[in-house]
Ligand binder design. Sequence first.
Ligand SMILES: CC(C)(COP(=O)(O)OP(=O)(O)OC[C@H]1O[C@@H](n2cnc3c(N)ncnc32)[C@H](O)[C@@H]1OP(=O)(O)O)[C@@H](O)C(=O)NCCC(=O)NCCS
Length: 190
Amino acid sequence: MDEVEDVKQYRIFSADGDVLIRDMEDSDLMAIHDWMTVEEYKPFIRVEPNAKPISSVDEIPEEDTVIRPVVVYRGETQGWISFVPDIADPTAGEVGIFMGVKENWGKGIGPKAMRMFLDILFKEEGIRVVFITTQDWNDRSKRMFDKLGFREAGRLRKMEVDPNRPGEYGDLVMMDVLREEWLDQGSGGE
Ligand SMILES: CC(C)(COP(=O)(O)OP(=O)(O)OC[C@H]1O[C@@H](n2cnc3c(N)ncnc32)[C@H](O)[C@@H]1OP(=O)(O)O)[C@@H](O)C(=O)NCCC(=O)NCCS
């Protein structure tokens, strides 16, 4: 079976029912570029996309220690997850997630993918602690990470315009989870 052969070539690979995460491939790049240019997604992405899509993952300008798998649902790429290690201690770092197919939000795909990724980080990659930064208005994101066992660790006040309150600034919320907490609660509580 193709999939079994494919698994061998991936650094990151995990599957749970219809959802899998795997290393990013060249064929994922066009969809990712398109999502980055959607006006509605701009508050979530917070980086300027390249004017043109890149054609190879080898061209991605980043340190090679960044881990950035994609999320696939029923054979279709949905988005990506990232882990950016701390410069001083690469066993700590920040995760992020973006799911580009909005019609599929609310189906539990993001939480499933993030659970698999955190399991790999904590159990296979030797990561000790992971944090996220999200906007205070992003209730879906906060809810997802809360359910995975993250807790608020602090906030940066009035950092970004709040799209739900025109003219007002909202906080950035940082949430974290330690490896021992992740393991104690049985991989995010499931
Ligand atoms: C955030 C994101 C990854 C979540 O993935 P998803 O597959 O849509 O997740 P789901 O909505 O199925 O699950 C998240 C949880 O939040 C809940 N939720 C959804 N909208 C909510 C809202 N407005 N308020 C509170 N909870 C909400 C869901 O019901 C679900 O909880 P449940 O399991 O108790 O039902 C995805 O929507 C996304 O990529 N959003 C844009 C980018 C982003 O916000 N990234 C995170 C920044 S760190």
